[in-house]
Design a protein around this ligand. Structure first.
Ligand SMILES: [Zn+2]
Ligand SMILES: [Zn+2]
Length: 257
């Protein structure tokens, strides 16, 4: 059975569809579980590509209403995809404990290093990959995150493969292994075209070399659709992702709980 724990909504301002649109599509496609993980706001600052902080309560209550309405047809979970910045540690806890979220997915698009916030989509060199990996490890160590979304997202950048690439992969995989944390094999990478990179023609992610290491370390892996419109919940890319993850010999799970 296909489940998906990586779902966005119109609220993040770069995805389409209401929570209910996603639920109806998921039921139509026969999913057993659907987890919402829209891009989380932070209370004091808008970091972009995410819902406004003022939207958070209505996002949560919308999912609560849908849990009631469709509970006999599908299991729904309310989560958020969020970056880890150490100074928000109370905020993460309050999301889980006070606002009652079922889970947080670590989507480390931005990361804190040396007190500065950087964006992994604009890595200047592979030195930024190891900094990103350090930040991911710090996040894993908090135990706040149910899984790491697209852990290999650094390979969206076009840099030659070098020792630091290996080092960044190894750091994340070793840390995930030590803390028994799930890594996500992200189907959205397949929705971005195959491109010519310095290390060959490939999709930006999932990156084969990362997942070979994850396989050898027996990491638990979940495939995430990372859908930004309802029709992507279980589309050809999600199915291709599942097929490729199986082909790669990964230890697939289909539920993060
Ligand atoms: Zn997004
Ligand atoms: Zn996402």
């Amino acid at each position: 059975m296909v489940n998906n724990f990586h779902t966005h909504t119109y609220r993040c301002l770069h995805a389409y569809g209401t929570e209910e649109d996603y639920v109806l599509e998921a039921i139509d496609k026969g999913l057993g579980c659907l987890g919402f993980s829209d891009h989380a706001p932070f209370p004091d600052k808008d970091y972009g590509y995410r819902m406004k902080y003022e939207e958070l309560d209505s996002y949560i209550s919308a999912i609560d209403i849908l849990k009631e309405k469709y509970g006999d047809k599908i299991k729904l979970y309310k989560g958020l995809e969020i970056e880890y910045h150490p100074r928000y540690s109370d905020y993460y806890r309050s999301l889980l404990n006070d606002r009652g979220l079922d889970y947080l997915a670590l989507g480390e698009h931005q990361y804190t290093i040396g007190g500065e916030i950087k964006n992994i989509f604009f890595a200047e060199s592979t030195a930024d990959y190891t900094d990103y990996a350090k930040a991911v490890c710090m996040a894993i160590e908090t135990g706040l995150f149910a899984y790491v979304a697209h852990p290999d997202i650094m390979f969206i950048n076009n840099h030659e493969w070098d020792d630091r690439c290996d080092e960044a992969c190894d750091m994340i995989i070793e840390c995930a292994s030590k803390h028994d944390t799930i890594l996500e094999y992200n189907a959205n990478g397949y929705r971005r075209n195959k491109q010519l990179f310095a290390d060959g023609i490939r999709y930006p992610y999932p990156h084969e070399r990362f997942w070979k290491k994850a396989k050898d370390a027996h990491i638990k892996v979940i495939v995430g659709s990372d859908c930004h419109s309802p029709d992507q919940i279980c589309d050809e890319y999600m199915l291709y992702g599942i097929q490729e993850a199986k082909k790669a010999g990964l230890e697939l799970i289909n539920n993060i709980f």
